[in-house]
Design a binder for this molecule. Structure first.
Ligand code: FPP
Length: 247
């Protein structure tokens, strides 16, 4: 397996963190940080595609985020609905496929409705996919997958003795998605926060100090450059990864 000099990660996943701090630093309400964060969602969607990324997953709302003050949760849902309504035309024009991971059936009806429309109208685009993790948590995903898998076993569609990662992983929200190659977290925090725990098993992680509203295409390019300096071994030795002639 040879490693090309510029190897753009196929799937990049981002934990967008620091909206609140961005606002507080400026004496603004937290929601102002989220509003600016939405602008960064917009620019990053296209920056990633310009850089050659094929799939971008953004951690937009976690299961744990429901515990935030009611006012902030309501504002986040409002922003989400506004963003989706505004972006539908752009997604169709620029051929961006939208999909989601998470328990979207628990989101407000207005958000669900615009999600359904956008997913339906963009489902035939194949070049570039934006995945929004909404009401997502990796442990909940695991529980949901275990439940569906058990039901499939009970219905005789799966055989317990044949269980393997390749069969079980088809029951995750990410069933038909490639695993993330690169996971980025902004704001200087170095946690995974219940995000794609199983899918990121072999991902490279880049932690950047920039707060999400300030994240730019240059930051994304820097994270990809960092990814390029890594050697992904998938459990093998460095020697095994060298092309035969170079050994
Ligand atoms: C973390 O900032 C960010 C979130 C809670 C979610 C990200 C949400 C957005 C970018 C806006 C809505 C998204 C879409 C797709 C329209 P934080 O509030 O935890 O920041 P802090 O750690 O500085 O408080």
């Amino acid at each position: 397996m040879s490693v090309p000099a510029t190897n753009v990660p196929h799937h990049v996943a981002i934990i967008m963190d620091g909206n609140g701090r961005w606002a507080t630093k400026r004496g603004l309400p937290r929601i102002e940080g989220h509003r600016r964060g939405v602008e960064t969602v917009r620019t990053t969607t296209f920056a990633a595609r310009d850089l050659g990324v094929k799939m971008l997953t953004l951690y937009a709302f976690s299961i744990e985020n429901w515990k935030r003050p009611q006012e902030e949760v309501g504002a986040l849902m409002g922003l989400l609905e506004y963003y989706l309504k505004k972006e539908l035309e752009t997604f169709v024009r620029d051929r961006v496929r939208l999909r989601t991971i998470g328990r979207t059936e628990e989101l407000p009806e207005g958000v669900q409705k615009v999600l359904r429309t956008t997913i339906e109208e963009t489902k035939h685009f194949t070049d570039y996919t934006l995945v929004l993790a909404l009401n997502y948590g990796a442990r909940t995903e695991m529980v949901d997958a275990a439940r569906s898998y058990a039901a499939a076993v009970a219905a005789g569609k799966e055989k317990l003795n044949d269980s393997s990662w390749s069969t079980f992983s088809r029951y995750l929200y990410t069933a038909d998605m490639p695993e993330p190659d690169l996971v980025i977290r902004t704001s200087g925090e170095t946690r995974i926060s219940n995000f794609l725990l199983l899918q990121a098993a072999y991902a490279e992680f880049v932690f950047q100090p920039v707060l999400w509203p300030d994240f730019t295409k240059a930051d994304l390019a820097a994270a990809i450059a960092d990814y390029n300096r890594r050697e992904r071994r998938f459990g093998l030795t460095s020697e095994q990864l060298k092309p035969a002639a170079a050994k």
